[in-house]
Write a protein that binds this ligand. Sequence first.
Ligand code: FMN
Length: 195
Amino acid sequence: MELLEEIDNRRSCRSLRDHRFTDEEVTLLLRAACAAPSSKNRQAWKIMPACGRDLGLLADVFERAVDDRHSRGLLSDGEHAGCVSTARIMREAPLGLIVFTDPVGTVESRQQSVGAMMESMCLQAEHMGLSTLWVCDILDAREECEGLLHQEGLSAMLLVGEGKDDGRRAMHKEPGEVIVDFPGEHRLERFEKNE
Ligand SMILES: Cc1cc2nc3c(=O)[nH]c(=O)nc-3n(C[C@H](O)[C@H](O)[C@H](O)COP(=O)(O)O)c2cc1C
């Protein structure tokens, strides 16, 4: 399959079926993470694999914390509903890769480095015929989740499993929609705009 086809096929999956992960499969995902580019090649991340009961425990702590924030008016109804749905998906997912970052460099460079690493794992999973959900909702309960996990620097989580395709596709922009012209005389005319 063409690389672009695999990139295009990747979709966030919110219904992850059980999958019995082998050590080799988890290692392949971690190798993809380790191959990602990072700011100053710091690779300032750690990944905690979690499954089954442990992932359920994290989902419980997360959901209790967001319920509490919602009842205190710190989360909107919509944000709360999204978090409750994420907690359900976490309980069903066979594997969660929880990502922590060290506080080095600028916030932006850390965020971009983690983003590159997460996408690398998403694409490797896609290549292995698995589906993923990239989760940042857990950051709404960062302190509580970090407390449970005895780690600081919680940044994201990747849920991985066998996806039930519900046929829904998020709309993605066309290349022509993301281009802004370089100012002045020297803009690159050879890129055709898709207007
Ligand atoms: C940084 C980041 C955080 C995300 N966090 C969540 C999340 O917490 N819960 C969720 O359901 N989806 C989450 N997503 C998935 C996005 O909603 C999804 O990528 C977007 O809607 C586009 O859909 P697609 O991934 O199917 O192309 C996240 C994606 C990214 C890149």
